[in-house]
Write a protein that binds this ligand. Structure first.
Ligand code: NDP
Length: 227
């Protein structure tokens, strides 16, 4: 049975990943900031382990890796993320918020990869997936704004490209993928994509990955997104 580790698993896309992987008989290691309030996560049936993890706490990431040192992690899923709806705009940028966002959206995913490489290498599938966004695509930016969020996801894409090169000799495939505009707390009620479809599309992409896909920027429907 393959194993997936998911960050930000208590709600939104993370919770849906837990549901679908558990339904498909994967072993799920579901991490979230506050398991005590994660009722929906506990309600999901299947082979799952719920662990506390705030991805900005790098010591906690290392401790969690140590706790899971004998696990083989087939898919390491960097899902946790935050969004700022550009409420400030140019001239009113909140630079402290931007710094915090970069730590969650960009830097933590690399810290998680660094901490869990040995568990991924020892697995059969050896896949790392970081959830990016179309807003991280430079060529798709025709509306401006969103300085913090856009840059955090563009930088995540850059991190992934280097990972794909550095980890190729270990047999690891590392990709970034956009979930589409999905109806979660982040996407809001008017978003176009049902989280069920977003997550099932991403799972399909993951299942079909080949070594030559490493480093690519996918959409949840399997198409490629321009940088
Ligand atoms: P939600 O806002 O619904 O959920 C965000 C998740 O991230 C929550 O579980 C939240 O936990 C967790 N999280 C935030 N900060 C931390 C932290 N410091 N440590 C651990 N977990 C944290 O968002 P989505 O489910 O929609 O988003 C999932 C991913 O998809 C994100 O990376 C997002 O950027 C990306 N994405 C989403 C899109 C959409 O339309 N929904 C579009 C493009 C990309 P908590 O409950 O504790 O806050």
């Amino acid at each position: 049975m393959p194993t997936v580790l998911i960050t930000g698993a208590n709600r939104g896309l993370g919770l849906e990943f837990v549901r679908q992987y558990a339904d498909n008989n994967w072993k799920v290691i579901a991490t979230c900031r506050d398991p005590e309030t994660a009722k929906d996560l506990y309600d999901i049936q299947g082979d799952k382990e719920i662990l506390p993890l705030d991805v900005t706490d790098f010591e906690a990431i290392e401790q969690t890796s140590e706790l899971l040192r004998s696990e083989k992690i087939d898919v390491l899923l960097n899902n946790a993320g935050v969004y700022d709806s550009d409420k400030n705009g140019l001239g009113k940028t909140n630079f402290d918020d931007w710094t915090k966002m970069l730590r969650i959206n960009t830097i933590a995913p690399l810290k998680i990869v660094e901490s869990f490489i040995s568990q991924v290498v020892s697995s059969k599938r050896k896949v790392i997936v970081s959830i990016s966004s179309l807003l991280g695509s430079l060529s798709a930016n025709d509306t401006g704004g969103q300085y913090a969020y856009r840059s955090s996801k563009s930088a995540l894409n850059s991190v992934n490209k280097s990972l794909s090169i550095d980890l190729a000799r270990k047999g690891i495939i590392s990709i970034v993928i956009s979930p589409g505009w999905a109806r979660t707390d982040m996407g809001g009620p008017n978003a176009a994509v049902d989280p069920i479809d977003s997550v099932s599309g991403i799972r399909r992409v993951i299942n079909n990955l080949k070594p030559e896909d490493s480093g690519k920027f996918f959409n949840y429907d399997g198409s490629n997104i321009d940088w």
